[in-house]
Design a protein around this ligand. Structure first.
Ligand SMILES: Nc1nc2c(c(=O)[nH]1)N[C@H]1C(S)=C(S)[C@@H](COP(=O)(O)OP(=O)(O)OC[C@H]3O[C@@H](n4cnc5c(=O)[nH]c(N)nc54)[C@H](O)[C@@H]3O)O[C@H]1N2
Ligand SMILES: Nc1nc2c(c(=O)[nH]1)N[C@H]1C(S)=C(S)[C@@H](COP(=O)(O)OP(=O)(O)OC[C@H]3O[C@@H](n4cnc5c(=O)[nH]c(N)nc54)[C@H](O)[C@@H]3O)O[C@H]1N2
Ligand SMILES: [Mo]
Length: 762
């Protein structure tokens, strides 16, 4: 850090490791500000225990779900945020109009606490008022029956359990639509589309045991210290075993550099830490495809010079398309690779060398790969690199997409998809006796477009904060207001709830941590983690309010009030969730003896044929792909273009802002910053602390974000970073990966203009 740099309020250099005492302190603060300290320790101890609840924080697995409590700062924040003692009651809503609430920040809205009553919007008074559950269901049923089914959108956020998600899709399909926008469409859709084409299954292939056996990990475009903190334990162990961890990330993320394990007595006592990344490459945003192609190019060259690098037997017997892949790599020029990735041919040779020496390699990746114009092709390129050396379907090796929400993978498995398979639809028909629609439905961007065009009239949200999570708020927010009906099932108030339609309802639901009692007694739900392990989650806490209902109960209530000739006995299913699981077992593959196997601690693994080198692709082989050129994204128009990545801070869970700090990046009490490389700043005549306006630099774009403070940061040249969701206004709705529909949140061409040299006070 440059000593002469002027000081900017809230910006301080952070020198320590990630984790360590700072993490323990942050946990204590989360507990103190959200919970009764009496309940907190027991609640936290029940996270990810065989008879406890699944941590709502992330989808990283636990070893057999029976290890001793794994300390995790952000897991603790997620749990205490839900188990908070704060409440938003009818009295609160009577005092605050929707217009006045819309002026509050996202941080304030959720910070008011847990929703306690079902609510209906009253336009005359501009307030939400309590409503009886059954009365609300009846009115919603009436509206939905008056609409063509294709005008109704069913949005799912990935925290919903398998049981709730299954009932939700059943409701939609019996009504007659496959419109399933979901959070996965903004997240790992590139994985769900790309991996089936490459290996036949849209899921990762590694398990935790593979990390014990691996010889090399390449980590691309994810920030585990913040977003998958329990993964840090695994990375820490690897580093201690001397396994190289090679990182590709435009930002220097502290946890990937140095981490102090709060579970390690020695590190905690000595203020020690462990270096995580053996090598850290600050690739340009959107430069990974170029880098991956460079690594492949070196490998092919090593092979022709010295041989023994490619796994020829594997390629011959298990793959298809190698020649076309190799020809494209040979035709890709080093010049293009270097300029697009920002990395040198020599740097990439080091990676290729380490990769050629390793007998078992895992590649992990996150949003830095998927949220680009060619996210799907990026994912496939990662698979290609692994296939070259037979790194799929052998111990210690494989592909590891880091999922987002704790059950986003499970939601997809149980049928939340706008493109259902014919096999699944015919099973639904056989089991339930209604004919589900075969026409493909809408994903998240298509649903929004349908709302904008007036082709969608109702939006039902099973969790989430749809409008805020989406790009292009200037277009998405007004679209919410054109609807006849919006219905939200949630735990806390958020902005999407307040963008009211002609009629709007908010239904408060039980969270993961809470006791779920139904007619036959206490219920458990099930979830699937990033490594395809399905297990039970059982809440124990007293519900935040006696009025709350479970998500399955709310979905069933809506369905029975809407479908006058339903073939499903909704009430019976909600009485005992085992009955929902029986139906899942009957209609979907991989759930044999579902109820029996989730009663085994740790649960069971969904079938993953590629782990046995069985490839459910049309050719029966793993498929190499061809990534045309090296550009992952459209170039902007005009001069001085920078590439914006939108990021999560350490104190947020997606659109939920826990606090205004981002400790490891040295930002405190504010979020209105633009991380910028010092060379780029000098070139544009900008100083640390200057205030700028940002505009999107794509043809015809009008997106704009005003008054953002420039912060000098260790970030790849040409790349700038700002926080999600504030920066979502800059992402055009149609700036996306055409194959998967995923918005390109990590690569928006932008331009900055100086607004003021004056430093903004906090
Ligand atoms: N505490 C917490 N946990 C979470 C979440 C949360 O918000 N808070 N969100 C959950 C969800 S839904 C998800 S999807 C995951 C998200 O987890 P991540 O995938 O880690 O998501 P991001 O924070 O968006 O950050 C991505 C990382 O990619 C880097 N990056 C950006 N662009 C590029 C690029 O072009 N190339 C490369 N190589 N790197 C790039 C960024 O610098 C950043 O370090 O986490 C889940 N877990
Ligand atoms: N610019 C930019 N935009 C992005 C991203 C990015 O990296 N950059 N990331 C994208 C990604 S990866 C994702 S996954 C989406 C996230 O999109 P969403 O999943 O829609 O958003 P969340 O912020 O996770 O949703 C928070 C809300 O969920 C509700 N909630 C919490 N717990 C529960 C529960 O147990 N049950 C129910 N019913 N509701 C609950 C609360 O009311 C809370 O307000 O955002 C996407 N948007
Ligand atoms: Mo996500």
């Amino acid at each position: 850090m440059n000593n002469k740099r002027r000081s900017v309020p809230g910006i301080r250099h952070y020198d320590g490791p990630a984790g360590g005492w700072g993490a323990l302190k942050a946990t204590a603060i989360a507990v103190r500000t959200q919970m009764d300290t009496f309940d907190a320790p027991a609640t936290l101890l029940r996270t990810n225990q065989p008879d406890g609840f699944d941590c709502p924080g992330c989808a990283w697995p636990d070893k057999e779900h029976k290890s001793t409590f794994q300390f995790c700062e952000n897991g603790a924040k997620a749990v205490t945020w839900e188990a908070t003692s704060k409440r938003v009651t009818p009295a609160f809503f009577a005092e605050n109009t929707v217009t006045s609430l819309l002026a509050k920040s996202d941080f304030e809205l959720e910070g008011y606490g847990r929703l306690t009553h079902p609510l209906q919007y009253h336009p005359q008074s501009d307030t939400f008022r309590p409503v009886e559950w059954e009365q609300a269901f009846a009115r919603i049923g009436e509206i939905l029956r008056g609409l063509p089914a294709e005008q109704v959108e069913f949005y799912t956020s990935g925290r919903a359990s398998n049981e709730a998600a299954y009932l939700f899709q059943l409701f939609a399909r019996e009504l007659g639509t496959n419109n399933f926008p979901d959070c996965s469409n903004m997240c790992h859709e590139a994985t769900s589309v790309g991996l089936p084409r490459s290996i036949g299954v849209g899921k990762g292939t590694v398990s935790l045991e593979d990390f014990d056996k691996t010889e090399l990990v390449i980590s691309i475009g994810h920030n585990p210290g913040t977003n998958h903190p329990r993964m840090m334990g695994t990375l820490h162990e690897l580093a201690r075993r001397g396994v190289p961890v090679i990182v590709f990330n435009p930002l220097r993320e502290r946890a990937l550099e140095r981490f102090a394990d709060p579970q390690s007595v020695i590190e905690m006592a000595t203020y020690g830490s462990t270096d995580i990344a053996s090598t850290y490459f600050q690739v340009k945003a959107g430069g990974d495809a170029a880098a991956l192609k460079g690594i492949a190019k070196h490998l092919l060259q090593f092979e022709s010079l010295r041989g023994g690098v490619l796994d020829h037997d594997f390629i011959a017997s298990h793959t298809h398309g190698f020649e076309a892949f190799a020809a494209d790599i040979a035709a890709t020029a080093w010049e293009a690779i270097e300029s697009e990735s920002g990395l040198s041919r020599n740097d990439l040779e080091k990676v290729a060398d380490a990769y050629a020496k390793s007998n078992a390699t895992i590649i992990t990746y996150g949003m830095g790969i998927t949220q680009h114009n060619k996210g799907t092709s990026n994912v496939r390129l990662i698979a290609d690199l692994l296939l070259l050396r037979g790194n799929i379907g052998k111990p210690g090796a494989g592909i590891c997409p880091l999922r987002g929400h704790s059950n986003v993978q499970g939601n997809r498995t149980v049928g939340i998809t706008e493109k259902p398979t014919a096999a699944f639809l015919s099973r639904l028909e056989e089991v339930f006796g209604f004919t589900p629609p075969t026409e493909h439905g809408h994903d998240a961007v298509q649903a929004t477009q349908a709302m904008i065009d007036g082709r969608a009239k109702a939006l039902l949200c099973l969790g989430g904060n749809f409008a805020v999570a989406m790009p292009d708020h200037e277009r998405v927010f007004p679209a919410m207001r054109t609807l006849d009906l919006s219905v939200h099932v949630g735990t806390k108030l958020n902005r999407t709830h307040l963008l009211t339609a002609k009629e709007t309802f908010i239904f408060p639901c039980l969270g993961r941590t809470e006791l779920d009692m139904q007619l036959t007694g206490r219920q458990s739900v099930t979830v699937e983690d990033s490594m395809s392990m399905v297990h039970a989650s059982t809440g124990k806490l007293k519900p935040a309010s006696p009025e709350l209902r479970s998500e399955p109960a709310i979905v069933a209530g809506l369905a029975s009030a809407t479908l006058s000739r339903t073939r499903v006995n909704w009430r019976d299913l909600v009485a005992d969730y085992d009955r929902i699981r029986e139906l899942i077992e009957k209609t979907l593959p991989g759930f044999d003896r579902y109820n029996e196997r989730i009663r085994i601690p740790g649960g069971f693994r969904m079938p993953l044929p590629p782990t046995k080198r069985i490839w459910p692709t049309p050719t029966g082989k793993a498929m190499f792909s061809v990534f045309e050129g090296v550009d992952e994204n459209r170039k902007g128009t005009g001069e001085n273009i920078l590439r914006l990545v939108t990021l999560r801070s350490h104190d947020q869970y997606n659109t939920t802002i826990y606090a205004l700090d981002d400790r490891y990046r040295g930002v405190f009490g504010r979020r209105d910053v633009l991380f910028m490389n010092e060379g780029d700043m000098a070139q544009l005549g900008l100083e640390h602390g200057d205030r700028v306006d940002i505009t999107t630099a794509l043809e015809g774009s009008i997106q704009r974000l005003e008054d953002i403070t420039v912060v000098a940061y260790n970030i790849a040249s040409g790349t700038v970073g700002a926080y999600y969701p504030e920066a979502n206004v800059l992402v055009p709705l149609d700036y996306l990966d055409k194959e998967s529909g995923t918005p390109s949140y990590k690569s928006v061409p932008i331009r900055v203009t100086l607004r003021s040299k004056e430093i903004r006070a906090l």
